[in-house]
Write a protein that binds this ligand. Sequence first.
Ligand code: AMP
Length: 284
Amino acid sequence: MEVIERVSALRAIVTALRCSGKRIGFVPTMGALHEGHLQLLRASARENDITICSVFVNPTQFNNASDYKLYPRTLEQDISLLQTVGCDYLFAPSAEEVYPQQSVLQFSFGALEAVMEGEHRPGHFNGVAIVVSKLFHIVQPHKAYFGQKDLQQVAIVRQLVQTLSFDLELVCYHTVREADGLAMSSRNKRLTATQRQHATQLYKALQMAAADLKHKAIPDIKAEVAAYLGQVDELQLEYFEIVDAYTLQPVTDVQAQEEVAICIAAFVGEVRLIDNMIVNLNEI
Ligand code: AMP
């Protein structure tokens, strides 16, 4: 695997690969890689001739300076892991390389960013859209791989790809969890042992809500989850929403839906975690 830091170097490689007819799979990440990332990389290696991974902690998508500063950075370990999953190129640029001048570009995603992560992290999806657009232009992938763990991000990127006519296929893979159900996340590394135990309650809350969907009203489910999580030490619920799995708009009547997503965001100590579960109402 080759590690590339410069945009110009990667552009030259991509041009040569495309000229020789190779199909490129791309997995954008912020590093501190875990099994959730590795499943995307393995899928890309299976489905394409060449796999490119990016590791870039993107400053423009952080609306909290300390979250950016404390985000885990483990590049040496990431390189070792990438070598085990068939990755051909790692793009690991500096912030100056990606942003030679400050970006003032503004995206708007309408209703999609008015809820959940968009509502609670102002500017977050603008930063995501800027970096994803830049990376798509540089890497020119045939397929790009994302995780359901960041469900709203997938919806935003889908809208971005459609609106700007990026010529690529988006692929979304399910959320990889720890044995006790906690969704894998680079931020889990920042939890203390006790916080790590408390964090499992997020998945429990999703399961509880899913089990209640058919026979309880949504306000009652939300109240029950808030009360349940309210008892957990060091856990501060930010939002809990039951939304249409495609539009991500809150639903009022579950019976009228085919598929809903149950979405949660909470602070465990200082660490902000998100998770979600998609429920097909015909299957429960
Ligand atoms: P990140 O490094 O957190 O920006 O994530 C890079 C990609 O990996 C995104 O598309 C995430 O949705 C995906 N990802 C992160 N954690 C998981 C997980 N536990 N399961 C599946 N995909 C994940």
